[in-house]
Write a protein that binds this ligand. Structure first.
Ligand SMILES: Cc1cc2nc3c(=O)[nH]c(=O)nc-3n(C[C@H](O)[C@H](O)[C@H](O)COP(=O)(O)OP(=O)(O)OC[C@H]3O[C@@H](n4cnc5c(N)ncnc54)[C@H](O)[C@@H]3O)c2cc1C
Length: 443
């Protein structure tokens, strides 16, 4: 065993968004962090790679941010990458149906006042809702804004039904919102977190609901982290995982790397997913109440597709796809020879689809593109790539929400970060970044 006396104040496990955020906040507190990442890349579940056939850089799945992502933008700005994310000034979402129908959500308020007013007016302008649906939707929105909804331990579906939302409004408005922001179905996810999403993002102040879309591969946003941490007295080790956190009666003593090197340190922030954490914790702490919920946490898949067509796609940045397997389409650019358009498609909470063959998924979704966009009816699919992230995010159902662990643990010197920890937010980039800041604040 090779042993190193640590010259670091804190070891951060994992260089996903939560780990990056924890390290940045540790530096701001005057500490020297050592960040250990088991893979060769930073960014964790938000990463990109080169598609060999087309030469295009694609992500493991299209990521979208919202104006309310204060913690995430804080770290992106720190890394100097904010200029690579494009802001949609006013939330604008075209809706496309397989029979060629279209609608538009344009959350424009009056004058420069957008925010909740813009969102309410945008929803009222949707032509696919009946007058009665619009009134019930407006009443619910006002009740959310005033904090009058009491979600308790309900699922989002139970709450929506109790708030007189019709099945049509649930299917056409709330289910797409829930799938996109919580990666779960209305009948699964926690109503408490759903209300938070509505309050913070959709009915929040100013530009909270504006969409932000990266204009580069996701990895490019986080690449500067390696040099940033070195310049600030810390270190990033990549391609070496932690296999064990050493804990004694006095608390954390350090970590063992997979090659058996021991690094001593009295403070460890684990910013890795719950199943990975369980593997590296000593058996002796598994029985603590605090850790006992980790193996009950369920995950929800996201299926992402990239489709290359020989025909140009209409000039819209993104579209919500209704009554189809495909939920969202984003227009990307391609360098592929003869490729006239590249589309990124997203299917959240895709449990029903994840076991289909990638070829079947690609062909079915290409068909939906042709149906929803009649201009593409004769477009030929030149190339496709399907990425199945089976453990894309944890599923925040009411029970999981109750047992999400705090960032401070009962083990002295051990802290947790990650989108799945208790943040009051869904499992997103923002939740991950926010959790890192909280974890670092304890040291
Ligand atoms: C396809 C897809 C689409 C998504 N879309 C969106 C979106 O549009 N908007 C949004 O806000 N969120 C989205 N998300 C969710 C978002 O990506 C995650 O919430 C966020 O990236 C989680 O960050 P994290 O740091 O908590 O965890 P992770 O990114 O999982 O980071 C954990 C890191 O720890 C490393 N690690 C694991 N074990 C060890 C070990 N033993 N030793 C050292 N390192 C280890 C891993 O390699 C990883 O780099 C999406 C996720 C997916 C998969």
């Amino acid at each position: 065993m090779n042993s190193q006396n640590s010259k670091y104040d804190v070891i951060v496990l994992g260089a996903g968004v939560a780990g990056i955020s924890a390290a940045i906040h540790a530096v701001r507190r005057g500490l020297k962090p050592l960040v250990i990442e088991s893979t060769a890349h930073v960014g964790g579940r938000a990463r990109s790679f080169k598609d060999r056939v087309s030469g295009d850089i694609i992500d493991n799945g299209q990521h979208v941010m919202m104006g309310c992502y204060a913690s995430f933008f804080d770290i992106v700005k720190t890394l100097g990458s904010m200029g690579k994310i494009k802001k949609q000034d006013v939330l604008t979402i075209p809706f496309h149906f397989p029979d060629g129908r279209k609608d538009l959500l344009h959350a424009k308020g009056i004058g420069s006042v957008n925010g909740s007013l813009g969102m309410a007016l945008g929803l009222l302008r949707l032509s696919f809702l009946t007058g009665k649906d619009k009134i019930n939707l407006l009443i619910f929105s006002i009740r959310v804004k005033l904090g009058l909804c009491k979600p308790g331990l309900m699922t989002a579906m139970e709450l929506l039904l109790s708030e007189s939302q019709s099945q049509s409004v649930i299917d056409k408005v709330w289910a797409p919102v829930i799938l996109a922001t919580m990666n779960g179905k209305p009948e699964e996810v926690s109503a408490k977190i759903f209300i938070t999403v509505l309050k913070r993002a959709f009915f929040g102040p100013g530009d909270s609901s504006s969409l932000y879309i990266p204009q580069c591969g996701l990895s490019e946003l986080f690449e500067p982290f390696g040099s940033w941490i070195e310049e600030h007295g810390g270190t990033l080790i990549q391609s070496t995982g932690v296999r064990h956190i050493e804990i004694t009666n006095e608390g954390v003593r350090g970590v063992f790397l997979v090659d058996d090197t021991f690094i001593e340190c009295r403070h460890v922030i684990s910013a890795i997913p719950p199943h990975a954490l369980l593997h590296i914790l000593p058996e002796s702490v598994h029985c603590l109440d605090y850790f006992s919920s980790l193996d009950r946490i369920r995950y929800s898949p996201i299926i992402s597709l990239y489709l290359w067509f020989d025909k140009a796609f209409p000039s819209i940045d993104l579209a919500a796809i209704m009554e189809s397997s495909t939920q969202w389409i984003f227009r990307k650019t391609t360098i592929m020879e003869h490729g006239e358009s590249l589309l990124a498609l997203t299917i959240s909470a895709g449990d029903d689809i994840v076991n289909m063959s990638t070829e079947d998924i690609a062909q079915a979704c290409a068909k939906e593109v042709r149906m929803c966009f009649p201009e593409m009816i004769d477009a030929r699919l030149l190339h496709w790539k399907v990425i199945k992230e089976r453990m894309a995010t944890v599923l925040i159902d009411p029970e999981t929400e109750e047992c999400r662990p705090d960032q401070s643990t009962p083990v002295k010197g051990l802290y947790l970060a990650g989108d799945w920890t208790r943040t009051g937010l869904p499992a997103t980039l923002e939740g991950a970044a926010y959790s890192g800041g909280i974890a670092a604040s304890f040291i």
